[in-house]
Design a protein. Sequence first.
Length: 409
Amino acid sequence: MDGMARSPERRSIEALTGLRFFAALMVVVSHFPQIIPIERFQVPLERQGAAGVTIFFVLSGFVLAYNYAGTFRTSTAGTLAFMRARIARIWPMNIVSLAIATVILLWWGAASSPATWIVNLLMLQSLVPTKMMLLSWNPPAWSVSCELIFYGLFPICCGVLGRVRSANRLLQLAIAFFAIEILLFSVMAVAVDHLFHEAGRSQQEISWAIERAKSFPGLRIWEFLIGCILGLVFLRARAGIDGWWRVLDRRQTRDAMLAVSALGLLALLLLPLAVDLPKGGLLGHLTTVGLYLVYTPLAALIVTAVAWGPTTINPVLEQRSVLRLGEASYSFYMLQWNALLIANVIAGRTPGWWLPVAPGWWLSAAAILVLALVPTPAAWRRYRASRTRPCPTSGDRKGTVRRALSCSP
């Protein structure tokens, strides 16, 4: 795996940047189902947002493995530099969105406890998936809290996975990780159903508790690890190593993967409308969890196909405007709750029809401001490169770490 050490030739995969925007858009739209005037479609639309989060987690693992594989071998310096870079990337927008939410909620007198505010500030709320914690201040930030946990574990996970040399073993590990995810989600659903039923809670309360439990990093890290494996496989393929992945070199295969994913997402959207699925009891909860778990292989197919080479949708994802939106997707995602709060403030003084459309207007305005005023990561990298000397040779350990960080996604 020495050939997988970070090198200047490891360029950004632009299609994945564009994919980030559409993943964020899926989540945001699911939080504002009122944009669909037909009430029957609103609940399935809310559930579909989960696909966007899963795509984020798989994509994150893929991109980090692609950019940082081989960086953490020699000492802890690379790990510390990696964590500083990741925190510097996600924490500032967390502070901005939290500050906006804090001002509005304090004004309304609807603020949560100071303890929950501190946990949100530290981005650790996903470790305590309770109603009081996850619904406080900026609820969508739970997924970024998971990402922070994944970042902390990534150097170890990447080092262990990077030692797996067998192509078949990597595929087996990915399947095993998905099986573990299925097992853990199923055990969680059974345990929550049993404990809450014994406590006399309603079926609705049990459903909400299961939804909140999905935010726990221990249940979601398997999506991230599957992404890491796909990133390592991608690097091996680019290094010319033969394996089962060679079938992905054919564009027909990649387009077929996207077609299967699209049909799967459509089926998950329409199935609750076409079939009377169980809605209560243990069977209903397991059905909900089972439908949700299907997003993991679909996300893996999408990320792999888009990253591997040209597909039918890559020209769209690589459009300049879409790339800019992809670079702003994190800000777009983190500001969505602020947009909803502001929309509710406006709705209190304007006709009721404004509430469904106001979030869209505010999010559009926020995205435009981000695109116009906030330098993109690529712009920052070019600025830093212009102010520093050329990186040392690949034999220089610090130079290797610096190149990896300067080219990070």
